[in-house]
Design a protein around this ligand. Structure first.
Ligand code: FE2
Length: 364
């Protein structure tokens, strides 16, 4: 192991220890084989020296096009992950999450004005890269291993809220408000102790109570700002549920702001389908089944029904694994059983709506 100046780093060097920023954020994990982009990333964080191994390794080649990983037999998800669009999207969303983190910190200590148009600009750029609303879930469903940091989650929720508002055919102004509300919904997390945000184990009951205060703290931060009232309400109400079991005020049904209801659905879906430090991502079909079960009591009916009927369609042609271990492609969505589509396994058509012993356990 040796200490090397950041200016002397070259591709192929292997990082000996996790690299952190001065305020303790992970830049790159131990054992990363540096490529040009990693080196740029390290330099952008104003670090001076890092420890690297004595031996160098070959830099993993960048994936280019579907052929790179095995001809015609690769899955739909794998094809997506190999497209230039996905590689660019992943890079952009990660970079934007870093910028958002800085901006959120400045907003939390009131050192910058809250400019909603400027803040949401990168979200619209990500839509263009993903090929519009139709392509956004292809991108997001393949980013499920990403960290569950507040900033990445905020971008995801913004993209999903925009898409859901579009599916609900809301007027353009409301779609924009939903986009901004999704981005800012967890701004109050900047005002809860950072140890809680960084904690890798599940929170204790007391810690959860402190964490839950983010909705009120976020609202306090923005309540006097010159932004749309729906955005303020979404920050305050995105954990309220229609049956009164949410928080902070346990308000019910149509007392919950309509844009907050959209952000709630986007927030829950993104949380459950994202990997957490203490659990793997939950399969979207399990989440859809859960929504089908209890969704109409907990969420605003139009928002949840529009979300479910549209989200399942984004999985057509995806390869999935069943609890029997069989794999196959989704060929038909059953409108009466959204979480139980028809799956073609080899030459056999498996109708999950009829075969109740079988279910989808992973999208692969
Ligand atoms: Fe939240």
């Amino acid at each position: 192991m040796k200490l090397v100046s950041v200016n002397n780093l070259i591709p192929g060097m292997v990082v000996s220890e996790n690299i952190y920023t001065l305020d303790d954020r992970l830049v790159l994990p131990k054992d990363t084989v540096l490529d040009e982009k990693d080196i740029e990333r390290i330099k952008s964080h104003s670090l001076y020296n890092i420890f690297v191994e004595d031996e160098m390794k070959a830099v993993a080649p960048k994936k280019e096009g579907a052929k790179a990983s095995g001809g015609a037999d690769i899955s739909y998800a794998e094809k997506i992950r190999n497209t230039e669009e996905f590689i660019r999207f992943k890079q952009d969303i990660e970079e934007n999450a870093e910028k958002l983190e800085e901006y959120f910190r400045m907003l939390a200590n009131e050192s910058v004005p809250l400019d909603v148009d400027k803040l949401t600009e990168p979200v619209y750029h990500l839509f263009v890269e993903a090929g519009g609303t139709a392509g956004i879930f292809d991108m997001l469903h393949n980013l499920r291993d990403n960290s569950d940091a507040v900033y990445m989650h905020s971008l995801n929720v913004s993209l999903i809220s925009n898409t859901l508002a579009t599916w609900m055919r809301l007027p353009q102004e409301k779609i924009q408000v939903a986009t901004a509300a999704g981005l800012l919904h967890d701004i109050g997390k900047m005002l809860v102790p950072s140890e809680l945000l960084k904690k890798t184990d599940p929170l204790t009951e007391y810690e959860q109570k402190v964490m839950d205060q983010h909705v009120v703290k976020g609202y306090e931060l923005v309540k006097d700002k010159d932004i749309d009232t729906h955005i303020k309400n979404a920050i305050l109400m995105h954990h309220e549920l229609c049956d009164g079991t949410g928080f902070p005020f346990h308000i019910k049904g149509d007392k919950i702001d309509e844009i907050a209801s959209i952000v709630t659905v986007a927030n829950v879906y993104d949380n459950l389908t994202t990997k957490k430090t203490y659990r793997a991502p939950i399969c979207p079909f399990e989440v859809i089944a859960q929504f089908e079960d209890e969704g109409l009591q907990k969420y605003e009916p139009n928002a949840i029904m529009t979300f479910l009927t549209n989200i399942v369609n984004t999985f057509i042609a995806n390869r999935v694994m069943l609890n029997s271990g069989q794999t196959g492609e989704i060929v038909f969505i059953n409108p009466d059983h959204l979480s139980r589509p028809m799956v073609k396994c080899g030459e056999q058509f498996v109708d999950l709506a009829k075969d109740r012993g079988l279910s989808i356990v992973a999208v692969i």
